[in-house]
Design a protein around this ligand. Structure first.
Ligand code: ADP
Ligand code: ADP
Length: 228
């Protein structure tokens, strides 16, 4: 089923000024794919993820995810959708500082009706050994791994990643992107990633390029590279 956008428009009212953040965006994202979203700052990348993610409402057009038409969902159902169908990862890891790694990931598990196993999830992201540490005892890359585990343990269909490598050095960022590709291959999770890290393009099934609120390119990569 995947994700389908048809002529989606999103306008932000900024004082007197209207910002047309998405202009007639149409797009199909296949199930179990890795999608990379590129484009300059202010081009609408976060807005695209936020309308698909049910964080922002849109003015016109249609978004269908897994058979659900998002603008037809009442707030309560939209919250359920965000909780169960999706996982979110941001540039800031947003871990709870007073909870251990294990407890932070448990927060995700409690949101889910059919969570993954805690130990297995923490092992998959390489953080089982550090399950009793607190966020301040971890590097940025490790904190992002925990944030990925917290999203992943919910067993979501789709992971929405808004600049997950934005606060990391190049090499650590690459490792995080490789982990996201591994999650996609292991669990069949659809992974949508906003990034400035160009190397990721070759691992992705499709690369979307945005400019001034428009999708100006949607490149299908028939032979995505498998990271080592
Ligand atoms: P990107 O993620 O590519 O940097 P965004 O989707 O964040 O772009 O922003 C697209 C446009 O919408 C920009 O012009 C931005 O200033 C504007 N915008 C985003 N969020 C808001 C908001 N909450 N209120 C007003 N304008 C916004
Ligand atoms: P089970 O479902 O078999 O009870 P749990 O997921 O509760 O398994 O625990 C699996 C392992 O996770 C335990 O052996 C323990 O080492 C560890 N564990 C459980 N709870 C915590 C916690 N709050 N903090 C750290 N480690 C924990």
């Amino acid at each position: 089923m995947g994700i389908d956008l048809t002529d989606v428009n999103k306008v932000y009212q900024s004082g007197e000024v209207e910002v047309h953040a998405l202009k007639n965006a149409s797009l199909h994202i296949a199930d179990k794919s890795v999608v990379v979203i590129l484009g300059p700052s202010g081009s609408g990348k976060s807005t695209l993820l936020n309308v698909i993610g049910g964080i922002d409402r849109y003015e016109s057009g249609t978004i269908k995810v897994e058979g659900q038409t998002l603008h037809e969902l009442k707030d309560k159902m939209l919250t359920e959708y965000r909780r169960h169908t999706l996982g979110f990862i941001f540039q800031q890891y947003n871990l709870i500082p007073t909870l251990t790694v294990y407890e932070n990931v448990e927060v995700g598990r409690h949101l889910s009706e059919n969570p993954l196993n805690m130990q297995d999830t923490l092992e998959k992201v390489g953080m089982w050994d550090k399950k009793d540490k607190f966020p301040f005892q971890l590097s940025g890359g490790e904190q992002q791994r925990v944030a990925i585990a917290r999203a992943l343990v919910k067993n979501p269909k789709i992971l929405m990643c808004d600049e997950p490598t934005g606060a990391l050095d190049e090499e650590t960022g690459k490792k995080i992107l490789t982990l996201l590709k591994y999650v996609n291959e292991t669990y069949g999770t659809t992974v949508c990633i906003i990034t400035h890290n160009h190397g990721i393009g070759e691992m992705a099934h499709s690369v979307i390029r945005m400019k001034s609120g428009e999708i100006v390119e949607n490149y299908q990569n028939e032979t995505p590279v498998h990271p080592e």
